[in-house]
Design a protein around this ligand. Structure first.
Ligand SMILES: NC(=O)c1ccc[n+]([C@@H]2O[C@H](COP(=O)([O-])OP(=O)(O)OC[C@H]3O[C@@H](n4cnc5c(N)ncnc54)[C@H](O)[C@@H]3O)[C@@H](O)[C@H]2O)c1
Length: 263
């Protein structure tokens, strides 16, 4: 028995990185998974690889910022499997310029993908999830949802995702849909590989390493599965202790305080 048997999931940005790991984990646990992404070549390659391994996955084109794409995706997935139970709003982009140096069109693009894309996903997929008797939505936020970041458009969009998550949880409880978010620290992917901030970030992380795709996918799986049936409107950090203990850890290290020293 798989933990997602009978479920039909959409994973946006599912062609690579964190999204691809989520697709694989959900499919391994028995879900039929729609890989929804602008990257057709990568999406079709992942589809072929996972089908070869015996999983039920299919690539669908989707630009999360286009409402007509969402309507077409939901119709196509219903045509494919007859129901939708699960939505992982994972697609995301970064910008990495300060407020003064950010052109308005780039600000709008980041907000469009990272925040408006989540709004459109909820708007279009949740009626179908209701029709399936309920299910779960997982929104990919970030540690940047909670603390300042060197990418203002990204931080603002990811903070907005938490507001949307809590609001959607209240709205969709009547449809038996749970809505949660997770806040990863650094997972090295195409989004950030080669970034100058990576090594300092690793040092600022109490566990002293980056997270892995598998670790994130396991949390996504849990929150999407019925095992998380009493969790909604929540956001969970998966960040090696960065948010909760990073400052205390750095201060102790800089001050030369050995927290584990015997009395
Ligand atoms: N990697 C990290 O350290 C990290 C940390 C915190 C949060 N996140 C979040 O995790 C999510 C996935 O990031 P990743 O690291 O896998 O990045 P990635 O760049 O490897 O993957 C992002 C995916 O989103 C897709 N995408 C981008 N714009 C899209 C659009 N308009 N419509 C549909 N798909 C689109 C891309 O094609 C790609 O497949 C993002 O929301 C990101 O903000 C990542």
């Amino acid at each position: 028995m798989g933990r997602m048997d009978g479920k039909v999931a959409i994973v946006t940005g599912g062609a690579r990185g964190v999204g691809a790991a989520d697709v694989q984990r959900l499919a391994e646990e028995g879900a039929a998974v729609a890989i929804a992404d602008v990257l057709e070549t990568e999406g079709r390659a992942l589809e072929a690889e996972l089908r070869q391994a015996g999983h039920e996955v299919r690539y669908f084109p989707l630009d999360v910022t286009r409402e007509e794409d969402w309507a077409a995706l939901v119709a196509a997935v219903l045509d494919w499997k007859g129901r939708i139970t699960t939505l992982v709003n994972n697609a995301g982009i970064v910008n990495r310029t300060g407020i003064t140096g950010t052109p308005l069109d780039r600000w709008n693009r980041v907000i469009g993908v990272n925040l408006t894309g989540v709004f459109l996903g909820l708007k279009h997929a949740c009626p179908a999830i209701r029709d399936a008797g309920g299910g779960a939505v997982l929104n990919m936020a970030s540690v940047a949802s909670h603390v300042g970041h060197n990418d203002p458009a990204y931080a603002a969009s990811k903070a907005g995702v938490l507001g949307l998550t809590r609001t959607a949880a209240a709205e969709y409880v009547d449809w038996n849909i749970r809505v949660n978010a997770i806040c990863p620290g650094v997972i090295v992917t195409g989004l950030n590989a080669g970034g100058a901030h990576l090594e300092p970030w690793r040092r600022a992380t109490p566990l002293g390493r980056f997270g892995t795709l598998e670790e994130v996918a396991r949390l996504v799986l849990f929150l999407c599965s019925d095992e998380a049936g009493y969790i909604t409107g929540e956001d969970i950090a998966i960040d090696g202790g960065f948010l909760a203990a990073g400052s205390a850890r750095r201060i102790s290290l800089e001050a030369g305080i050995d927290l584990t020293a015997a009395e």
